[in-house]
Design a binder for this molecule. Structure first.
Ligand code: PMP
Length: 322
């Protein structure tokens, strides 16, 4: 679907995957005015094709558009596009548990123009791809995370709370550095004091401390994850105290030293729940739960996937059935 200043969003079409042609002067190549989403469709155990919380993802897409000065999309139309595409490609939704059809809606600015102001032309596209199980052996293998203390991902007033490519481009160097020293992911601290925990490369983060759950509160520089929101609702439903608050890395380390840090896990569309086995912050190495998947993370994973694959009744209204 295309946008131009005169006609708005027009020409929604579905066609086979193919290359597109863009002018080398297209705005997006030079100024990065673009946004995207990532969500999944699943095949339930009774053979239904479902999409997980598409409305929430569309709302976040439009919030990202707003921050990047991209004209808003008609949410109903995007929902129709998603459901129509998934319906058309439903034979590509893999059946094995853990697998899914990944859906990537995105908007790029296409006007050939050099100079910084909102583009007058945009393209909205949706591409799909089946994805294998994140945990190939069905086991939730704990990951090792490196707390980044030099680079920052986002600052207050910036674009950390929206899904725009620049955030990811800026994080590659830190990610590479973490990989080189044997860590899979980066944990970002706030961009002002380099002290408060924000999120992981592509996940939000949670801590289980003395039987209660903690996650950094949304502060304008953390992406409001759809999985984060789902986990919060589930934990509330279980009646377990959950705190969304500022969490400093020093306090977390102190909690660890006192033996109160019981579990750490990330949440995101890719992994759903990803237990953390080790956190490295400066010279400190924190080994979490003996580098084993905690019971709480496991239960959450089973509950979330229970919703995805239709094994648990959709009491929150998260499942969009085709
Ligand atoms: N933070 C970042 C930076 C991400 O890229 C993602 C993945 N979209 C998340 C958090 C988790 O968000 P969600 O649960 O919506 O996938």
């Amino acid at each position: 679907m295309d946008f131009d200043g005169e006609n708005g969003w027009v020409n929604p079409i579905i066609k086979p995957f193919e290359s597109i042609t863009l002018s080398p002067a297209s705005f997006v190549f030079h100024y990065g005015q673009a946004v995207f989403e990532g969500l999944k469709a699943y095949k339930t155990i009774d053979e239904r094709s479902v999409i997980f919380r598409p409305e929430k993802h569309i709302a976040r897409l439009n919030a990202s558009c707003k921050r990047l000065c991209i004209p808003p999309l008609d949410s109903e139309l995007v929902l129709e596009a998603l459901t129509t595409l998934v319906e058309l490609e439903k034979d590509w939704i893999p059946e094995k548990e853990g697998t899914s059809l990944y859906i990537r809606p995105f908007v790029i600015s296409t006007e050939p123009y050099l100079g910084v102001r909102p583009s007058h032309h945009y393209k909205f596209m949706i591409i799909l791809s089946p994805v294998g199980a994140y945990y190939s052996d069905g086991q939730l293998n704990p990951v090792k995370i490196y707390v980044e203390d030099e680079y920052v991902r986002a600052v207050k007033g910036g674009v950390g709370h929206v899904k725009t490519p620049g955030n990811y481009a800026a994080s590659i160097l830190a990610q590479e550095r973490a990989n080189e020293v044997g860590y899979e992911q980066v944990l970002w601290l706030d961009g002002k004091e380099n002290k408060y925990i924000e999120e992981v490369g592509s996940m939000n983060i949670f801590f289980k401390i003395n039987g209660e759950i903690y996650t950094p509160k949304l502060n304008g520089s953390i992406l409001p994850g759809v999985t984060r929101d789902s986990v919060i609702q589930i934990v509330h439903d279980w009646g377990i105290p959950l705190h969304e608050e500022l969490i400093s890395i020093d306090d977390l380390y102190e909690t660890y030293q006192k033996g109160q840090l019981e579990e750490v896990f990330g949440t995101g569309t890719a992994a759903t729940i990803s237990p953390v086995g080790e956190l490295k912050w400066e010279e400190h190495v924190m080994t979490i739960n003996h580098f084993e998947t905690g019971e709480f993370a496991k239960k959450l994973y089973e509950t979330m996937t229970g919703f995805h694959y239709g094994k648990i009744e959709d009491k929150f209204g998260w499942i969009k059935e085709l």
